[in-house]
Design a protein around this ligand. Structure first.
Ligand SMILES: O=C(O)CCC(=O)C(=O)O
Ligand SMILES: [Mn+2]
Length: 196
């Protein structure tokens, strides 16, 4: 049968909505709030530097240096719960990660704007494993050429693996949702190859 939607592009993702047992997800959230060195970073805008609408942390192996906004970012050492979650994500993906960006959305007023994870350090077809803890938030993927929108509810304990051309052909965001009051932490495990 002909399907009207046959021609719509699909992102190359693997989606595991119930990846962690609910009790494990709740425990991991509490442990991360406690063990991670949370930072309030700023970003440049035409009006000057403003705080990012979320807290962040970058952990990984010492050579997993990541350059953004012209700054060399040395990772913090793996903390215990992050290291455990990394090993579990590696088992699912069949690959190794050497770093993780951790984002803490304190409420629905925190967010992340449209972007793709396309830094040269990540290579052309990166595998990025995105683990969500805490309250469910909307995650939008938008195809660059057609504008096709694919939305997910990333609830606590879910794992979304992005791979193939997902970063090259799509952008993604976590929009503000002012009615959401709870907290969410997202970990994106990555493999970065240091620039020479
Ligand atoms: O919080 C999320 O679900 C997305 C995070 C993200 O896109 C990133 O860390 O690059
Ligand atoms: Mn991203």
């Amino acid at each position: 049968m002909h399907d009207l939607f046959d021609d719509l592009p699909q992102p190359d993702v693997a989606w595991y909505p119930d990846w962690l047992a609910p009790a494990d997800a709740v425990r991991a959230l509490a442990e991360l709030i406690d063990e991670v060195a949370w930072k309030q970073d700023t970003m440049g805008t035409p009006a000057g530097r403003v705080p990012l609408p979320r807290l962040t942390a970058w952990q990984g192996e010492p050579d997993a240096v990541y350059i953004y906004s012209g700054i060399r970012n040395l990772p913090e050492a793996w903390t215990p719960t992050v290291a455990k979650l990394k090993a579990a994500a590696e088992a699912v993906c069949g690959c190794r990660f050497n770093s993780v960006l951790i984002n803490r959305y304190r409420s629905g007023l925190d967010s992340m704007g449209w972007h793709a994870d396309r830094e040269p350090e990540l290579g052309p077809q990166p595998v990025i494993a995105s683990l969500s803890l805490g309250v469910a938030r909307t995650f939008d993927l938008r195809h660059n050429k057609t504008g096709t929108l694919q939305s997910y509810q990333l609830k606590g304990g879910s794992l979304l693996v992005m791979r193939g051309n997902t970063q090259a052909e799509w952008r993604h965001r976590v929009p503000k949702e002012p009615r959401v009051t709870g907290e969410r932490i997202n970990l994106t495990f990555r493999r970065v190859t240091p620039r020479q």
